[in-house]
Design a protein around this ligand. Structure first.
Ligand code: FAD
Ligand code: SF4
Ligand code: SF4
Length: 479
């Protein structure tokens, strides 16, 4: 092993510089700077090159982390980029948005008492450097194949599949109802976690490689799934989950009560230069408002932090469990607190109160945690007589997402779904109940992560390739 490694005893963990909260509150730029070259090499050298690298085991893409850390420590960055890109379609995006504390870094076992290697930040550094130096190339195939694949959804799952299939030479057509490529990476995740330029430059490369994008095309409305199946040799469904989970509460129809994704999409569109009437007229803008966000996941964290940046008068997050039981990443909660968000733990909304049809407060009640339920999570129980009013002229519901009724949407009653409404697939072949129609990403897993969507897209591409090769094989002549 190179002498450069195993430096964790001598060198302390250091994250890239994080901008001061006061400055962060004023704009939507990413909050972390990149590593400087010497700092990246130094941080990479802390890795102890474990025989069984648990970081890799717990990365959904099984990235070859120890190898690219060693190459970074040795300043062999182009090789590090090749290794990082071999298993991940968007390593620079994962380096920014993966909840590393729950994945790779959370399982880094340098040695007890030492902080983990800063894997995500180094992955971002390697690939941002590759972009700067022109090493990232369009996924051009060596030869063209006649078969075509229709991909529905230009989120990370659809794009990862598109890249792999195009590299193999297939004619790849991606259909999306939106006007831009990226799915939730473009219209969901805010700029301060993922600057949109990072997504847009990938889109350009995919177009340069001959991947055909059919935007503003909603499958089930503008074109049917049956038509797509007739047009292409295989279809991959990667449409994500968008139906906002809701609580039926009195006053939900008041002006000022919004769904999280409407709010975040408006902010992202504005950031991309679009004219968004509901943003411009203040309906979906938190400036000067007392904002209450309901929920404790990453979407809720994105809403509170967006509201802070829009100049809200106050931002409060109501969550029915406590901090330790939050589904969101602790790093994001910490960032939100630094930026001035107030958390009210163990509080659930009861009603939206208003005057003249306009929201004025959220009535909530205190909860306490009971015994764990069947899933192992502590049950929440209301405390009688504990209601209180939280001033609000804007309330944002961030309670998660479910799939639409897909068989109806796609006009395919034969398309089987699970009891959660997600698409049922054969877990080995990733094929749905319709022959030649594959699926992956959130539409199969339920709301998940970018990195899992990439994994599904790449796996589906393998399966689609195998299926198409099988289809192309000449049938054995009947005796
Ligand atoms: P999506 O990204 O949802 O893409 C699906 C695409 O399909 C969309 O472009 C949509 O327009 C299109 N589509 C849908 N229906 C149709 C149709 N009928 N016809 C044509 N096109 C259609 N994950 C992380 O790892 N880190 C984070 O920090 C993070 N933050 C998040 C913040 C928010 C606010 C949200 C909502 C999610 C976040 N996620 C995060 C989750 C992550 O974005 C998703 O898990 C991931 O994008 C799923 O990828 P996908 O390709 O399956 O679907
Ligand atoms: Fe970690 Fe995500 Fe990168 Fe895997 S893809 S190494 S989990 S940051
Ligand atoms: Fe290096 Fe940590 Fe992975 Fe071990 S677990 S190989 S120390 S990054």
């Amino acid at each position: 092993m190179a002498e450069r490694m195993l430096q964790f005893v001598r060198i302390q963990q250091q994250m890239p510089e994080k901008r001061e909260a006061a400055a962060r509150r004023k704009d939507f730029r990413e909050i972390y700077a990149g590593f400087e070259p010497a700092q990246a090499a130094e941080q990479a050298s802390r890795c102890s090159q474990c025989g069984v690298p648990f970081c890799q085991v717990h990365c959904p893409l099984n990235n070859n982390i120890p190898d690219w850390l060693k190459l970074t420590a040795e300043n062999r960055l182009e090789e590090a980029y090749e290794v990082a890109a071999a298993t991940n379609t968007f390593p620079e995006i994962c380096g920014r948005v993966c909840p590393q504390d729950r994945l790779c870094e959370g399982h880094c076992v340098i040695e007890k008492g030492f902080d983990s290697v800063t894997i995500g930040a180094i992955e971002k550094y390697i690939v941002d450097t590759a972009w700067q130096r022109g090493w990232v190339k369009p996924p051009l195939p060596r030869r063209e194949l006649p078969q075509s694949v229709g991909i529905v959804g230009a989120g990370p799952a659809g794009l990862a599949a598109a890249e792999r299939l195009r590299l193999r030479g297939y004619q790849v057509h991606v259909y999306d109802r939106y006007d831009r490529v990226g799915g939730l990476m473009i219209y969901g995740i805010p700029n301060f976690k993922l600057e949109k330029e990072v997504v847009l430059r990938r889109w350009q490369q995919f177009e340069a490689a001959g991947i055909r994008f059919h935007l503003r095309t909603e499958v089930g409305r503008d074109i049917s799934l049956a038509e797509l199946r007739a047009r292409h040799d295989a279809v991959f469904l990667a449409t994500g989950v968008y139906k906002a989970r809701d609580v039926v509460l009195p006053g939900a129809g008041l002006r000022g009560v919004h769904a999280a994704l409407d709010y975040l999409t408006a902010a992202n569109r504005h950031g991309l230069g679009d004219h968004v009437p509901a943003y411009a007229d203040g309906t979906l803008h938190a400036g000067g408002r007392h904002v209450v966000v309901i929920g404790g996941g990453d979407t809720a964290m994105d809403c509170v932090r967006t509201a802070v940046r829009q100049g809200a008068a106050s931002v409060t997050c109501l969550y029915r469990r406590d901090r330790a039981n939050m589904p969101g990443s602790m790093r994001e909660v910490h960032n939100a607190e630094e930026e001035g968000v107030r958390f009210v733990w163990l509080a659930a909304p009861e009603a939206f109160e208003g005057v003249d049809g306009r929201l004025t407060a959220v009535r909530a009640q205190r909860m306490h945690l009971g015994l764990p339920d069947a899933t192992g999570r502590a049950a929440v129980e209301p405390i009688a007589g504990s209601s209180f009013l939280q001033r609000a002229d804007m309330a944002i519901k961030a309670l998660g997402f479910d799939p639409e009724d897909l068989p109806t949407l796609f006009g395919e009653p034969g398309l089987e779904v699970t009891r959660w409404g997600t698409l049922k697939v054969d877990h080995r072949s990733m094929m749905t109940s319709l022959p030649g129609v594959f699926a992956g990403g959130d539409i199969v897993r339920g709301a998940s992560l970018v990195v899992w969507a990439i994994r599904d897209g790449r796996d589906a591409a393998e399966q689609i390739d195998a299926y198409l090769q099988e289809q192309a094989r000449p049938a054995v002549a009947a005796e």
